[in-house]
Ligand binder design. Structure first.
Ligand code: SAH
Ligand code: SF4
Length: 372
């Protein structure tokens, strides 16, 4: 697979520079609108300034306070002493010929995470990370092998979208979709993830519709219920991966805490509260969860519910003892689900050629072999 890669890997600095970030500045992107309004008040400014600054950052996508030309110069200077608009520095980038682009972002404290941009027909999708590493440790996941380092802040999460949105703006384009499917478990960093989504959704700023944003969770039941109770229109994807608790627990350590029945009823509560169809993700692992009996058991669990099944052939991770099924088995699995009345698609992960699978660029960089 590696020999077919048409990718480019460059070392920093790339594009947006971190200039003064990390010294005494806070990340502006961490502020909600209400928090910005408080900052503006503390500077003795009239409240409409908050709206102006918010629009510069989230609508006009400027990366420097000096560009906020309807603010007086001393206010712009004060803001740039207090805050930075740059969430990270890009230390590596890979581009595929199909337009998929993956970055490795170095945050203010030196930690690194990945974000991926996917161009597909009219869609311009950004896939964001929510944690450095992941505490869940799924057996097939590159991020899961890294352990957990820390949660990202709301600004560090939303900043990944902003990074690509700023680059697209120069080409007259916009980010059309966001998927929270990068490194980490968003519902184990619930407050920051929620805040980031609401910032991106804000109609006076970035204005990305909730229905264009999808959060993928491994099944943190209490947080799914909390998310449901909020009543937003975000899409929910639940990573199931197995139709039996015993098998699921081998693949997803957290499954011991919340059995499949609880995960399903939380997902149902989500679709009841929001009217949204929930997606179930199922990574297909050859000889592990890809047989006909698995498809039948999966169909028996989900039949009659407002759901969609996304089958994801395993994207090989060096050092892990799994393989994807061959294409015939994948199709047979899907046909079995269809025959049982389910709606199922195969997601051929774009960017597999640049190893856009979760956590893989970071792993290779830390092994010191970015091109192997
Ligand atoms: N923690 C969340 C979101 C990040 S992972 C979750 O697990 O849902 C996003 C999706 O990528 C999940 O469905 C996950 O199972 C899948 N994934 C992880 N490693 C993979 C691999 N090596 N091949 C294919 N899919 C993978
Ligand atoms: Fe974490 Fe999701 Fe990877 Fe599991 S699949 S280790 S929950 S990022």
């Amino acid at each position: 697979m590696v020999s077919t890669i048409q990718s480019l890997l460059v070392l920093a600095p790339l594009g947006q520079r971190m200039d003064n970030f990390g010294v005494n500045t806070r990340l502006f992107l961490d502020l909600s609108y209400e928090e910005l309004a408080q900052e503006v008040a503390s500077l003795g400014e009239p409240s409409f300034r908050a709206q102006q600054i918010w629009e510069w950052a989230w609508k006009h996508l400027v990366s420097d306070f000096s560009a906020m030309t309807n603010l007086r110069r001393s206010l712009r200077e004060e803001l740039s002493h207090r805050f930075s608009l740059i969430p990270f520095e890009v230390v590596a980038r890979e581009c595929d010929e199909d337009g998929t682009e993956k970055i490795l972002a170095r945050l203010g404290d030196g930690a690194t995470v990945e974000a991926v941009f996917i161009r597909e027909g009219p869609r311009r999708t950004v896939c964001v990370s929510t944690q450095v590493g992941c505490p869940v440790g799924c057996a097939f996941c590159a991020t899961g092998q890294m352990g957990f380092v820390r949660n990202l802040s709301a600004g560090e999460i939303a900043g990944q979208v902003l990074y690509f949105a700023r680059a697209l703006k120069a080409q007259g384009e916009r980010v059309s979709h966001v998927v929270v499917m990068g490194m980490g478990e968003p519902f184990l960093n619930y407050a920051a993830t929620r805040k980031a989504l609401l910032i991106l959704n804000d109609a006076h700023g970035f204005d990305l519709g909730a229905r264009r944003i999808t959060v993928s969770t491994i099944g943190v039941v209490p947080r799914i219920l909390e998310f449901a109770a909020e009543g937003h229109q975000f899409n929910l994807a639940v990573s199931l991966h197995a139709p039996y608790d015993s098998l699921r627990a081998k693949l997803v350590p957290l499954a011991k805490k919340w059995p499949i029945a609880q995960v399903l009823s939380a997902a149902e509560a989500y679709s009841l509260a929001t009217g949204r169809r929930v997606t179930f993700e199922y990574v297909l692992l050859r000889g592990v969860n890809d047989e006909r009996r698995h498809a039948r058991a999966l169909a028996a669990l989900l039949r009659g519910k407002l759901v969609h099944v996304n089958l994801i052939p395993f994207n090989p991770v060096p050092g892990l003892p799994f393989q994807p099924p061959d294409s015939k088995s994948i199709e047979l699995f899907r046909q079995e689900l269809l025959a049982q009345g389910l709606d199922a698609t195969v997601r051929r992960s774009r960017g597999v050629r640049i190893q856009a699978g979760c956590g893989q660029l970071r792993t290779r960089m830390s092994r010191g072999s970015p091109t192997s």
